[in-house]
Design a protein around this ligand. Structure first.
Ligand SMILES: O=C(O)c1cccc(C(=O)CC[C@H]2O[C@@H](n3cnc4c(=O)[nH]cnc43)[C@H](O)[C@@H]2O)c1
Length: 234
């Protein structure tokens, strides 16, 4: 190990991933199955159910991390994409996760985050090196990938007004989903690196469930997991 550490930072990080498994948390079984298709039976990864929403996701991720020492934790699934940034069928990768509706309303249309209220942080960083390596590898494989903040919301956005407010509050946000921040909180409690990966099923805005392209999003998720395998274990 000492000799390998002399070979540069990337080599060190690569070695830190060897020997321990990667935990992938999805909200629902259809997403877990899409992940399993991408993994193709690779036993170095463990795909588990988190349930829908950040609270259940945090609790189930914490339980998994208490039972096994994983090298990396990934929140994966489908998600909504911000228009013009992450279209349906593409992949969104978090450089950070933001608990976008954790805070207080301050009058008509106003919002103060927990950070502004002095109650902690609504932002958790993803593993920078792995997130960019995954985005680069997906693009090299011909897949559109948006790298940027991924919002965690407890109510899926259903109006243009809310979509605009969320985009204003987090400049550069690429997508929203409902579990990432919860999974990231559990990972950060154990100082374990974290990633969030979303296949985009719908545009964030006025609710139109009939326009969701779940099959395309699950297919994009499977492709992203196939590429993740190569990025984590080259
Ligand atoms: O109905 C199905 O076949 C089906 C298959 C896979 C997944 C689903 C879900 O509804 C998963 C819920 C899950 O999706 C995330 N999500 C997707 N779009 C959004 C959005 O626009 N805003 C917030 N969350 C979104 C979220 O993480 C949910 O947990 C259905």
């Amino acid at each position: 190990m000492r000799d390998e550490r002399r070979n540069g930072d990337d080599r060190v990080k690569e070695n830190e991933l060897t020997g321990r498994r990667v935990l992938i948390m999805t909200a629902v079984e259809a997403e877990r199955e899409a992940v399993l298709r991408g993994l193709g039976g690779d036993a170095r990864f463990d795909a588990r159910l988190a349930g829908v929403g950040p609270a259940g996701a945090a609790a189930r991720t914490a339980a998994a991390l208490a039972a096994e020492d994983y090298a990396l934790v990934v929140s994966a699934g489908i998600g909504g994409g911000f228009s013009g940034v992450a279209p349906v069928g593409t992949v969104a990768i978090a450089d950070r996760v933001v608990a976008a509706d954790l805070g207080a309303e301050t009058g008509e249309g106003g919002f103060a985050s927990v950070d502004e209220l002095g109650f902690g942080s609504s932002v958790l960083e993803a593993d920078e090196r792995l997130a960019s390596a995954l985005a680069d590898a997906l693009r090299a494989a011909g897949r559109a990938a948006a790298l940027g903040p991924v919002l965690t919301v407890t109510t899926a956005t259903g109006s243009q007004g809310t979509a605009d407010a969320l985009a204003r509050r987090t400049p550069g946000a690429v997508a929203e989903a409902m579990e990432g921040y919860g999974v990231a909180v559990a990972a950060s409690e154990r100082q374990t690196p974290f990633l969030e990966i979303r296949g985009i099923s719908n545009a964030i805005g006025p609710r139109d469930r009939s326009a969701w392209r779940i099959g395309d999003a699950l297919e994009a998720l499977t492709a992203a997991i196939t590429v993740l395998k190569e990025v984590v274990h080259p």
